[in-house]
Design a protein around this ligand. Structure first.
Ligand code: BGC
Length: 740
């Protein structure tokens, strides 16, 4: 029975005092119990884990969102344990809950932190209404490898973009007050370097040099910590021989020591147990000690903490202060979320937005996440008033589940409106819509139905061809070595192209696909990622021109898988490739002797440029950039440099341009990338309108982790460019004359 340490008359003033009051009452076992997070996903969790909860061996619970079960489990914790400390309920709320927003990689294509924040806020409110108070998101792992299935969950290849958007997600989930209705704790994952797993094979080990870790992989984690993220999660990875979950240098050293993160660190699923499988620890006792001493506070699913930490302390092998710190962090989170004061809180304080508003937000997000990769002869937008018939073809055109994408446990497929349904609804009474899937799913190799699709195309004014990958082909443990369109989709695309009708390709996928073998089949190409519940209506908005496309790629699209990893912010090498020093394999005479042709950094067959660069994305209008000017040839630490350029919408339609500012530090104590994104802004301009886009740069924008590991800028010459993608040549120079 609960001795009710947590009672009103005991209520001291601060969270710290409340936490200390409970902590001082706890046995070693009860402290360790708070560190244990267990799965409750089966239908009758109270039977399976009820006794563990009663015994004080459970601090948090994953994956239960049935109200009566949530309440039953919470009831056990409150009424049938000695101290009555409530449980914390967690769930992977990755890109929406009941209403599904675009995949994170899709949201990143919007370059719109306000939208990202709003999506997370809506997801949080929907989740909180089922008792979930903690999500395992955002994932801010920098991803430069499209083979890696979890690129779908990422915010792309760029440290700055991922920093801005990851911080926005944290703010959306947590709101201004963690204990407010509809707020849930964020968990920034996977700390750190998980996205660099070798060959894009999930869970594979990697070697990341310290300079690269600090300058590429860690910035988004720092940004999320600075945004107030309550919790972090370790990665499954092995970084240079030290698994992330036992990595004292990364967690205690950098995250807590240098970045100053004071919140809670949870392991990934059984990643403490996996320290043994990695070959880093011999048994659960050693794994528990290593993880705890490295800075992990909570154990997801290995039970090593609850099983081993009390004995380790009792036998003098681990300091009790370490255990206290861990339990203190768990209890502090529970207080800050308000679950101690009101353990059933969000179940009766409904902060859930109306479904209609959530769907409208998901539709706006989906439209902003779609990237117009090409638009030959301005085939888009289609004039719906002049259309008599439209063919909607392809295995992804009517898949309510697949369009939601990976990591969807709670998304309601009934809320999904597919492209096939949306085009029929939009053109109802105006034009005939012929829908032919042609292939039953993305991996289908049976070509028998393609002729029906060809028939439909021949009888239509235009074709919307929805290809891609099913949701199950990306996400955790779903890496691919071949990232071309699977099944007979290329054959389908070629057959449709051969009809001569205008073909609007739409790719629904969880990763950048290698599209070289199919790209010429499309007159226009929209990369829709997995766009979520409202993918269909959002696509109609774009195709009809009701909404102007504004998405820009957050990752480089490779010509072929052999180019991977390919990213815009690479180092220069001593022999950079340029158009004049690149040779194509077909141009080398058979029997040619050793030749000095080229001698630069490229592939003989696929050159050195991506198919579509980072930052690329078209609109239905043209944006012209005037020359870049800087307010002074140089500036010193403490001063500000203004960079500006004129932006004109010279086309005939209104549009939104994502203006991007890149810099290059010409020489550093460590070699610097050829370009780095440092600022961006979404600018809406009416047809014919001109504006001045102005950015302010300070020394902080030029800072990096230097050779001596200190963080700061270095005086010297810099390039700065402002343009519509990462290849812009529209630039100027300036000098930083002093640095702190
Ligand atoms: C994933 C995490 C996730 C956790 C809980 C793990 O397998 O790597 O990202 O949050 O499971 O579902």
């Amino acid at each position: 029975m609960a001795e009710a340490v947590i009672t009103d008359d005991l209520m001291p003033a601060s969270v710290e005092e409340l936490v200390e009051a409970i902590l001082s009452e706890m046995t070693l076992e009860e402290k360790a119990g708070q560190l244990n997070s267990v799965d409750a996903s089966n239908p009758t969790p109270s039977e399976r884990i009820g006794d563990d909860i009663r015994a004080g061996r459970v601090g948090a619970v994953l994956n239960q969102v049935e109200l009566h079960e949530v309440c039953a489990l919470q009831h056990i914790a409150l009424e049938e344990t000695r101290l009555g400390v409530p449980l914390l309920f967690s769930r992977d709320v990755i890109h929406g809950f009941n209403t599904v927003f675009p995949l994170p990689i899709g949201q990143a294509s919007s370059w719109n932190p306000d939208m990202v924040r709003e999506g997370a806020r809506i997801a949080a409110a929907e989740a909180a209404a089922t008792g979930v108070r903690w999500t395992f998101a955002p994932m801010v792992d920098i991803s430069r490898d499209a083979r890696w299935g979890r690129i779908a969950e990422s915010l792309g290849e760029d440290p700055y973009l991922a920093s801005v958007l990851g911080a926005a997600m944290v703010k959306g989930f947590q709101g201004d007050d963690l204990s407010a209705p509809g707020s849930i704790a964020a968990c920034v994952k996977h700390y750190a370097g998980y996205g660099a797993s070798e060959a894009g094979r999930d869970y594979a080990a990697t070697t990341i040099a310290d300079n690269e870790m600090r300058n590429v992989y860690l910035p988004p984690f720092k940004a999320a910590a600075d945004a107030g993220a309550a919790t972090f999660m370790t990665s499954f990875g092995d970084i240079d021989g030290v698994p992330a979950t036992g990595n004292d240098y990364l967690i205690n050293g950098i995250l807590r020591g240098e970045i100053g993160f004071e919140g809670l660190m949870i392991s990934d699923w059984d990643s403490i147990g996996q320290l043994i499988i990695h070959g880093f620890c011999e048994d659960p006792t050693e794994a528990a000690k290593v993880a705890a001493e490295a800075g992990v506070d909570m154990d997801m699913m290995s039970s090593a903490f609850v099983d081993c930490l009390p004995a380790l302390v009792r036998e003098g092998q681990m300091d009790e202060a370490v255990l206290d710190t861990m339990a203190r962090r768990v209890l502090t989170l529970k207080f800050k979320l308000g679950v101690v004061d009101d353990p059933y809180a969000d179940l009766h304080r409904d902060g859930t937005p109306p479904v209609k508003d959530a769907l409208a937000a998901a539709q706006r997000a989906a439209a902003e996440s779609m990237v117009l990769l090409k638009n030959k002869n301005d085939v888009l937008p289609l004039n719906f008033d002049a259309l008599e018939s439209l063919a909607v073809i392809g295995p992804l055109a009517d898949q309510p589940e697949d369009q939601m994408g990976t990591w969807v446990f709670d998304g309601e497929a009934e809320r999904s409106i597919t492209p096939a349904t949306a085009f029929k609804a939009a053109l109802d009474g105006r034009a005939e819509v012929k829908f032919v899937p042609a292939l039953t799913h993305s991996r289908d190799t049976n070509t028998a139905q393609i002729r029906h699709a060809v028939d439909a195309a021949l009888k239509s004014d235009a074709v919307v061809l929805c290809l891609g990958e099913e949701a199950i082909l990306s996400g955790e443990a779903h890496s691919r070595a071949d990232i071309t369109l699977p099944g007979a989709q290329v054959e389908l695309a070629r057959a449709i192209k051969a009809t001569g009708k205008p073909v609007i390709g739409v790719i629904l996928a969880g990763r950048p696909l290698a599209l070289t073998n199919v790209e010429n089949c499309f007159d226009a190409l929209i990369y829709a990622w997995h766009p979520g519940s409202m993918g269909g209506p959002a696509l109609v908005d774009l195709v009809s021109g009701a909404v102007a496309p504004s998405g820009k790629l957050p990752v480089s699209f490779p010509v072929s898988v052999g180019q991977i990893p390919i990213h815009y912010n690479h180092k220069n090498s001593g022999r950079p490739a340029e158009p004049h020093n690149v040779v194509h394999i077909d141009d080398i005479p058979v029997g040619a002797g050793q030749t000095s042709l080229g001698m630069s950094s490229f592939h003989l067959d696929d050159g050195y440029q991506p198919l579509y660069p980072f930052g690329h994305g078209l609109s239905y209008t043209q944006f012209d950039y005037g020359p870049v000017t800087v307010s002074a040839p140089g500036f010193a630490a403490g001063e500000t440099l203004t960079v500006e350029c004129e932006l004109s919408n010279t086309g005939e339609r209104d549009g939104v341009e994502v203006v991007q500012l890149y810099i290059r530090d010409r020489a550093g104590s460590l070699t610097r990338p050829v370009r780095e994104l440092k600022a961006f802004r979404r600018v809406a301009l009416k047809a014919g309108e001109t504006t001045i886009v102005r950015f302010e740069l300070t020394e902080a924008d030029l800072a990096f982790s230097r050779r001596d590991k200190s963080f700061g800028a270095e005086p010297g010459l810099f390039d700065v460019w402002v343009g519509g993608d990462s290849t812009t040549q529209n630039g100027a120079h300036f000098r930083l004359t002093s640095a702190t």
